[in-house]
Design a protein around this ligand. Sequence first.
Ligand code: ADP
Ligand code: ZN
Length: 757
Amino acid sequence: MNDGTAEDLAGGLFDGRDDGRDDDCDGHRVAVLLPLPLATPYDYLAAPELGLARGDIVRVPFGHREADGVVWGPGSDELPTAKLKPVARRHDVPRMSEELTGLIDWVASYTLAPPGSVLRMAISVPAAFDPPAPTIAYARLNQDIEPPELRPQIRMTPARERVLRVLADGPAMTGPDLAREAAVGSGVIKGLVQTGAIARVELPAAPPVSPPEPDHPGPALNTEQQTAVAALLSDLGADLGAGAFSVSLLDGVTGSGKTEVYFEAVAEALRAGRQVLVLLPEIALSAQWLDRFRARFGTVPAEWHSDLTQKRRRETWRAVAEGTVKVVVGARSSLFLPFRDLGLIIVDEEHEQAFKQEDGVRYQARDMAVVRASLAKVPIVLASATPSLESLANVERGRYRHLRLRDRHGAAEMPDIIAVDLKRDSPERGQWLSPPLVTAIAGALDRGEQSLLFLNRRGYAPLTLCQRCGFRMQCPNCTAWLVEHRLVGRLQCHHCGLASRLPKACPDCGTEDSFVASGPGIERLAEEVMIRFPAARFQLVSSDTLHGPAAAAEFVRSVREREVDIVLGTQIVAKGYDFPHLTVVGVVDADLGLAGGDLRAAERTYQLLEQVSGRAGRHEHPGTVLLQTHHPDAPVLQALVVGDRDSFLAEEMRARREAGMPPFGRLVAIIVSAPDADLADQIAISLGRSAPHYSDVLVLGPAPAPLALLRGRHRRRLLLKTGREVNVQKVVRDWLAGIKIPSSVRVAVDIDPYGFL
Ligand code: ADP
Ligand code: ZN
């Protein structure tokens, strides 16, 4: 059990682990961890000739079926041998490294998730355990060595001749390729195989991507970038060869070219023959990132995210395990891939909340990436224009090295940021664009430049209510209003996905056609934009309109090629994109993020607004950002307008330190949920009553969660707040062990919570 905080993960904690894996399991019993929510591994008998050791992937009988699992260590002596079943077989796949098995143990004990649930993320593609089926191809035989009279006597037809001609001067071809090239059916090919004129051959499976070239010519770096690369490599250079752990925070303003800088570290790892993992928060939208990788390394990396086909997942998992794939770019789950020789990890946009998984195993992929780097004894680079307070605190503590890029690349300047006071410059009634913002968009249109309007609200209107009685359409399963999506003619719940039609009559007062939309969503704002700027070419972008990587790539292309004048979108367009002709950014409601008021509201609002502002004026034309607000004096907005990040962060740090909040204290959320409200209350109250009493440990709640009803379950929350030195895992484990939980009640533990709903 560790007793550090997530930010303490940097080394030193694993020194006691012995590495004598080959002696681990030479007895007759092995403990096998199965990818199921089980607290411990199960014992099995192992035939000595299997030569099993920790990390071997095996097939074992389990109940009335068989399951795949991983040898976790020697078995115990608890059960009599007669009760144990034998391991059925060992899969022909590289043994899982101690670095990965150790990571799984670490994540499980840190998050209090069952180890089997963590393992499940690492062996998510069981089909990859079998060697890939070889590709079947056809080749012409004997054509040079055998004299004509010994060649098989076959009846020639024009179709057969075409096949032989195609194969005569080329390598072996797959059936479909050959059939297409020779314009024949598959029967002709089969017939030729029977005559012996051509043969069926097996080709080894090719790796899913070709190897990146570290010395492929990339863009020439500017002076500031060169300095950063030199600093990065002077430390990494040794580390990449010698196997040392270090963390660098690459902190550079939007448009400063951080990607090009960390690409040099990637190149260095590739030259050393090692593998690289790049974690991105939203991989499905990384079309531009992939283009830049190709420009720098001559080929695309392997991707790892939920949009891959099953075949691609299988090939990629196996190629990563065998070491034939050198660079993987992926979402958080790629952290659990079985790298054979990992030499470097990059976490881009490290501040992003998307790195925190909010269901199942609740882990923070950025923090666990630091753990993996430390177990693998390799460097890790965290990159962001708006680093998290957690990472900045680690810089202050001297744990992370700080590399800064203060200027945009080339001639580009940071944009001008203006707060528009909605009390003074209010939009017309029923509209949301203030006169200064309308003027700015019109100016961009005149100059042939592009604008981005940002509103983080999907759908037509956040609220639909009866004009007569005030009744609001609410989700029956969740504490949430239904959101009208006019484009698809539905009301939707953004929490459980429920979709229904707007009723003709109000369910409460019976008045017909009485519903009105209240407040703007992007679909409603779109109407205003189209009426105001009828000649402008306009595109609406949200998770409802942009499905998957191909749609994202098409969106990027259309904006870059100036087929669009105004983009209107949610946070999906706020980050990462680089559009050379985009010069005006309008934030429709800059106060939106501050409303919820959780611990990180100010930090997150700052990051989001800085990121969206960072889309303006990234190339030769200067950018302007207008933030529409009712609170122009709020510290977050002031910091953005004045461009004073450091004093905003210093103030935020001071407030957190004083309140003992992360990163200076620790939080654990306990979420009790049940189909029945009384039962949820009952368990939550008894948890509250038995709350631990230690110095430096405070238990808040129970209280109904803000989302008191979610997907039909009633939810109550407790929050544990402690000092940094407290071993919260032990406190929570002991606490929960004392309470009997009925099977219909779920108690979820969220260590270092980011969401408070
Ligand atoms: P950041 O990630 O820091 O916001 P990017 O890495 O996206 O910045 O770089 C901003 C823009 O500048 C991109 O269009 C990128 O291609 C370009 N760029 C960065 N560095 C260079 C360079 N050395 N030479 C040419 N273009 C560069
Ligand atoms: Zn719902």
